[in-house]
Structure formats: structure tokens, C-alpha cells
Design a protein around this ligand. Structure first.
Ligand SMILES: C[S@@+](CC[C@H](N)C(=O)[O-])C[C@H]1O[C@@H](n2cnc3c(N)ncnc32)[C@H](O)[C@@H]1O
Length: 416
């Protein structure tokens, strides 16, 4: 149970949101920095922060429609009001609890103002939108890149609980599991369940499956079955390494983060799969031999994961996206030199920014005449390669079945 007065959770939520919105941290990192709370309060603080981030522009519109003077974006009064309104709309917290936990947060400050705005809005009533606005810059960018439908779908999806996708090492097991547990399989080795606690699910301890959004499973599916030596570059925490190892490839996995490699090591142990792990910066490291196939799942803004991590919409500032694109291009050019003639290079990002996807590949192909895009024949049916041979997964795809993360996947073949 959260502590009775409920204040520590709200204070923690304020702290988490400050870390996310002002310091550009992930919500996970911000939550990890808040210590000493009862687990229920910690969980409540994360839930409140998530609701604020999912509905921020709509919450601000409510606040701005009630105040005579616009409250500064980072003012305590605005943050406390956002917190209270998100709880009302997203978590159905009773009005008396909202007021009782909001006012102490502005003690010695704009208490009357917060009380007044909150009172007015609670009296007026606030219907929960099932398609709240995304941040205006994101809507504008995505509308220009992907059109109105994708933006409308993203607005619907940001407040829907995503399903739980599991990848199995063995397809027959996946199909049996889907039948036994009321799941559906949308691709070989895949089972989709309604969201529930991961570690409580059957088969977790035995390592029969791992959690992986269906979209995130597509890049490894584009690696040709006959490739023997496969390099998984930027591999941790290892969803794709496990897929590749389970498919029978000999996998070398490289990542520059020791802690994330530790998670990859644990994942392999739990699933009884194996790969050679290397802790290295791919901008400096060089392999001693060439590979039949390389999967580069590059670091990116991760805006495709906005359903589970709504803060990505606030972290993906233009400079960050441009810096990512620069790094992605460098990684791609290095990886290209490590491929055997006739080998396959798969590039992917869980980003909905064309700068990190299409533009990176267009620029690469513009300067490297030895590579050509080649659509993978073995991809699941719901994935439609574009005319250029690459795959763009947008919000709206399979929406009625639970949707997918946004992704970009290109498969390039090195001419022989
Ligand atoms: C999108 S994540 C990879 C997810 C992983 N492929 C999976 O399926 O679980 C990107 C990874 O790139 C790693 N990374 C970032 N810069 C790197 C570099 N210069 N060299 C190697 N790895 C890097 C990060 O540590 C991070 O684990």
C-alpha cells in the first residue's frame, strides 16, 4: 500500500518529472535515483509521472484555459497541477486525495493559485481523452514525415496499454504456448499476450522465451538463414542476439556498455543460448575476420517506443537526433567494411525519425556503390517493404491487434 498520506509518492513524482523534463533523463533512470520509498509509493510515483508524460499538452491546455496569466513551463505550480490532473484523468484518483496531496507540495508558495485552478477544473469536470495530443513539435515532425493517420494512431496508442510480446527460441513451443495461454502468434517464434507480470508467467524461469516487442524482432528475421558467422553490433541487452543464436548462427555480440552487456550475459544464461560477447566501442574496435552477416541495431532517439516510454517524445530534441544520425552513419560505414563479399548488412533503429532511418541509409548508399538494398523474403506478412526495399513500421500498423513499436529496418547486400 502507498503510505497513508500519499505525499512521498507525489514528491517523488515531482522529482522524477524534473529529471526527465529538465535534465533529459529517461524515466527509468529518474526513478532509479529516487531511493528510500516504500515499493508501493515508488510504483505510484512512476505511474503518476507516466500519466503526466502521456498527456502533458492536454494537461497544459486545461491549466492555461483556467489561469489568467500563463504559468511558466517549469514553475512548481504548473508541475503540481499537471500531477493532480494526470491522476484525476489517468488514474481516477478521488478529488479529495488530489487536493490533499497537491496543496502541501506548494506550501509557502502559490497555494491559493493551485487550490483555485484545481477547484475550478474539478467542478467543471475533465473528460479523459482517448487520443491526447503529442508534443506539438513531435506532431508537426511526424505529420510531415508520415501523414495525419500515423499521428492520429500515435495519439490513440500513447494511452493504450501495449500487449506483451514474447519471442521463443523454438517455434513449435511458441505455437503450443499461444494455444495453452490464450495468446496469438503473429510470426514464427512469436506469442502475443495481454499485458501481465513477466516473471509470473509460465516458462520465464526455464528461459523458454524473452520479452521483445514484435517490431524489435523483425531486424534479426532479415538475417539470411544460411549466414554462418554473424556480428551483432550494439547488441545489449540482447533480444536480437538471442534470436540469432536460437536460429543457429554463430554470433559475436559487441556493445560499449559493460552494464548492458551484463544483462545480455544473464539473458543468455537464462535462455541457455550462447554467443561470444565483446565489450568494445565499435568506433574503435576492429574484428580480426569478416562476417557473413552483420546486424547493426544502432543507438537512437527510441521515439518508436513512446507507448512504453512516453518521455522519449521530450528527449528527442533536434540536436540529439542530428548527433544520433551522425553516429549511426559512422557505425554503418565501419560495419560495412567488416562484411564478406555477398554478405548481408541489416541496419535498424527503434526510431520514428526519418533522419535516423531512411536518411542514414540514403546517405550511405549515395557514397557506397558496393551495396544495394534487398528486401528480405522471409519477413512476417504484416511487414511490407517500401519500394526502396526497406521496412518502416509506423503507429497504426496492426493497431486493432495491439500495435507495434515504431521501427526502421534496412537490409543491404554487399555486391560479390
Ligand atoms: C538500441 S540499443 C541495442 C539493443 C539490442 N540490439 C537488443 O536487441 O537488445 C543500442 C546499443 O548500442 C550500444 N552502443 C552505443 N554506442 C556504441 C558504440 N560506439 N559501440 C558499441 N556499442 C554502442 C548501447 O550501449 C546500446 O546497448
Amino acid at each position: 500500500m502507498p503510505s497513508t498520506e500519499g505525499l512521498p509518492a507525489r514528491r517523488a513524482a515531482l522529482q522524477m518529472l524534473d529529471s526527465v523534463l529538465r535534465r533529459g533523463q529517461t524515466l527509468d533512470a529518474a526513478a532509479a535515483r529516487v531511493r528510500g520509498l516504500a515499493p508501493a509509493d515508488h510504483g505510484l510515483a512512476i505511474a503518476i509521472s507516466g500519466e503526466v508524460l502521456r498527456r502533458l499538452p492536454d494537461l497544459d491546455a486545461l491549466i492555461d484555459g483556467t489561469t489568467r496569466q500563463r504559468l511558466p513551463d517549469d514553475s512548481k505550480a504548473r508541475m503540481v497541477l499537471r500531477l493532480a490532473l494526470a491522476q484525476k484523468i489517468g488514474l481516477q484518483t478521488p478529488d479529495h486525495a488530489l487536493v490533499a496531496t497537491a496543496l502541501p507540495l506548494v506550501d509557502g508558495g502559490p497555494r491559493r493559485l493551485v487550490h483555485g485552478v484545481l477547484g475550478t477544473l474539478l467542478r467543471r469536470g475533465m473528460p479523459a481523452s482517448d487520443a491526447p495530443h503529442l508534443p506539438p513539435d513531435v506532431e508537426e515532425r511526424w505529420r510531415a514525415a508520415w501523414g495525419d493517420e500515423a499521428v492520429e494512431a500515435a495519439r490513440r496508442q500513447i494511452v493504450k496499454r501495449p500487449p506483451l510480446d514474447l519471442t521463443f527460441a523454438d517455434d513449435a513451443e511458441a505455437q503450443a504456448y499461444a494455444a495453452e495461454h490464450g495468446g496469438i502468434s503473429l510470426a514464427p517464434n512469436h506469442v502475443r499476450l495481454e499485458s501481465s507480470s513477466v516473471t509470473a508467467l509460465a516458462g520465464y524461469g526455464e528461459g523458454r522465451w524473452w520479452v521483445q516487442d514484435l517490431a524489435a524482432s523483425v531486424p534479426a528475421r532479415a538475417i539470411p538463414a544460411e549466414a554462418s558467422q554473424v556480428l551483432d553490433l550494439c547488441a545489449a541487452p540482447g533480444g536480437k542476439t538471442m534470436q540469432l543464436a536460437a536460429a543457429g548462427h554463430q554470433v559475436t555480440s559487441v556493445d560499449s556498455s559493460e552494464s548492458r552487456l551484463g544483462r545480455l550475459r544473464e539473458n543468455l544464461k537464462r535462455t541457455h543460448l550462447s554467443a561470444d560477447l565483446l565489450h568494445a566501442d565499435a568506433l574503435k574496435w576492429k574484428p580480426t575476420r569478416a562476417f557473413d552477416a552483420i546486424l547493426l541495431d544502432a543507438p537512437c532517439s527510441a521515439t518508436g517506443t513512446f507507448r512504453r516510454h512516453p518521455e522519449v517524445l521530450y528527449r528527442a530534441r533536434p540536436k540529439i537526433v542530428a548527433d544520433n544520425a551522425e553516429l549511426q552513419g559512422q557505425l554503418l560505414r565501419r560495419a560495412a567494411g567488416w562484411l564478406k563479399a555477398g554478405g548481408t548488412l541489416v541496419y535498424s533503429v527503434c526510431s520514428l525519425e526519418p533522419q535516423e532511418g531512411e536518411a542514414v541509409i540514403e546517405a550511405f548508399l549515395g557514397e557506397q556503390s558496393g551495396f544495394a538494398p534487398a528486401a528480405a523474403a522471409e519477413l512476417p506478412q504484416f511487414v511490407q517493404p517500401s519500394g526502396r526495399g526497406w521496412v518502416r513500421i509506423l503507429p497504426g500498423l496492426l493497431e486493432s491487434g495491439g500495435g507495434l513499436d515504431g521501427f526502421f529496418i534496412a537490409r543491404l547486400v554487399r555486391r560479390g
